[in-house]
Ligand binder design. Structure first.
Ligand code: DAH
Length: 345
C-alpha cells in the first residue's frame, strides 16, 4: 500500500521538477508560453496526470487531489512570477529595435579640396626630401620686401596692393617671405617647402580672392643649377597630374630670383592646340620659379660665392582649379555642400 501510494505521488514531483526547470530556462515570453501550454495547458502534463485519479484507490484520492492542486498552484505562481520578470526585462514596444532594417548612413564630411591639394603637393615634395616650414602671416617690411630684393620704389610695395597694418607691418602677399625665414634659421643644404595663406586686396572675381594659399619651395646647396630646378619641377608636374604633361619654362621677372621663369603646362583641356580654357594659347600658367638672386643670399648672410639655389612659388587654389576644372575661386570659400560634396576622394 505504502509503495503504491508513493508510485501515485511520483508524477507530481517529476512534473514539478521538470516544469520549474523549464520555467527558469525560458528566456522569452514566447518560450514561457510554450512551457505553460506543455505543463499547465488543457492538454498539458498536469491535466494528464490529474486524469489518472480514477486509478487511485478511493481512500487516497483526497491526498492525490491535494498534492495535484499544490503542484498546480506552485507552478502557476512560478509561471506568473517569471512572466512578470520577463515583461519587465522586455523593451517597451515603441523601443523595439529591428536590426534587419538597413541603417541610416551618417553623412561624413569631406576634405576641403584646397587642403587636399595642399597635402597632395606637400607629399610629392616630401618624397623628394623637402621638409615643411611655416612662417608668420604678419610680416615686417624687411622680411616682406627688403630681404626679397623688393626696393622702396617697387610697385609690389604699393600700399594699395597690400594689407598694411600698424607699425610698418603687413599681411604677407606671398609665401616667398618663408624663404627668408628659412635661410635665417638654417644653414645649407636646405630643401624646404613653405605652405601658407597669403593676402592681397584684389577685386574679387572668378579667379581672384583677397586671401588664398601658396606653397613656396627653396633649395640651397653648393652646385645647384637651373637643371636641378627643371628636373624637380618637371617631376612635380608629372606626379601632381598623374601623367606626362608637356611643360615650358617661359622667361619672366621676379625680384628675388635671377634668372626667373614662369612654368607653363600644356593646356589640360586641349593639350596645346588652343581652346577657350587657355585663351587659345595652348598653355596654362602654373607657377613662378628661378635661381635665388645672389643679392638675397647677401641679405641673409650667405656667401653667394659658395652657394646657389632655386626657388618656386605656386598658388594652391589655382592648381586645384586646373586639376579639378573648378571655374570660380569663390566656390572654395562659400561652403556650399553641393560643391564640397563632390570631392569625396
Ligand atoms: N611669389 C611669387 C608670386 O607670388 C611666386 C614666385 C616666383 C615664388 C618665383 C618664387 C620664385 O619662389 O622663385 O607670384
Amino acid at each position: 500500500m505504502e509503495i503504491e501510494k508513493e508510485n501515485k505521488m511520483e508524477p507530481w514531483e517529476t512534473i514539478k521538477t521538470e516544469a520549474t526547470k523549464a520555467i527558469g530556462a525560458a528566456e522569452s515570453l514566447d518560450a514561457l508560453e510554450a512551457v505553460r501550454v506543455e505543463y499547465l495547458g488543457r492538454k498539458g502534463k498536469l491535466r494528464a496526470a490529474m486524469d489518472t485519479i480514477k486509478d487511485v484507490p478511493k481512500e487516497d484520492r483526497a491526498q492525490f487531489g491535494k498534492e495535484a492542486n499544490e503542484v498546480k498552484d506552485s507552478l502557476t505562481l512560478a509561471f506568473d512570477e517569471k512572466k512578470n520578470a520577463l515583461e519587465a526585462d522586455a523593451p517597451p514596444v515603441e523601443e523595439y529595435f529591428d536590426d534587419t532594417i538597413p541603417g541610416i548612413k551618417p553623412r561624413l564630411g569631406t576634405e576641403h579640396p584646397v587642403l587636399k591639394t595642399l597635402r597632395d603637393i606637400s607629399s610629392i615634395f616630401e618624397r623628394l626630401g623637402f621638409t615643411i616650414l611655416r612662417g608668420p602671416e604678419v610680416e615686417d617690411a624687411w622680411h616682406a620686401f627688403d630681404a626679397l630684393n623688393i626696393p622702396e620704389s617697387h610697385p609690389a610695395r604699393n600700399p594699395e596692393d597690400n594689407f598694411v597694418l600698424e607699425n610698418d607691418m603687413y599681411l604677407r602677399s606671398q609665401t616667398s617671405t618663408i624663404q627668408i625665414r628659412a635661410m635665417q634659421k638654417m644653414q645649407p643644404p636646405i630643401r624646404v617647402l613653405g605652405p601658407g595663406r597669403v593676402y592681397r586686396p584684389d577685386t574679387v572675381d572668378a579667379s581672384h580672392y583677397f586671401q588664398f594659399h601658396q606653397i613656396e619651395g627653396l633649395v640651397v646647396d653648393t652646385n645647384i643649377t637651373f637643371k636641378d630646378l627643371k628636373s624637380v619641377l618637371n617631376l612635380f608636374v608629372r606626379e601632381y597630374f598623374g601623367r606626362e604633361i608637356k611643360t615650358r619654362f617661359r622667361p619672366h621677372y621676379f625680384p628675388f630670383t635671377e634668372p626667373s621663369a614662369e612654368l607653363d603646362v600644356a593646356c589640360l583641356v586641349c593639350s596645346g592646340g588652343g581652346c577657350p580654357a587657355c585663351s587659345g594659347k595652348g598653355f596654362q600658367e602654373m607657377l613662378g620659379c628661378g635661381m635665388v638672386d645672389p643679392i638675397v643670399f647677401e641679405k641673409v648672410g650667405y656667401d653667394p660665392g659658395m652657394y646657389t639655389g632655386f626657388a618656386f612659388g605656386l598658388g594652391v587654389e589655382r592648381l586645384c582649379m586646373q586639376k579639378y576644372e573648378v571655374r570660380d575661386i569663390r566656390l572654395f570659400v562659400e561652403n556650399d555642400v553641393r560643391f564640397l560634396r563632390q570631392f569625396q576622394f
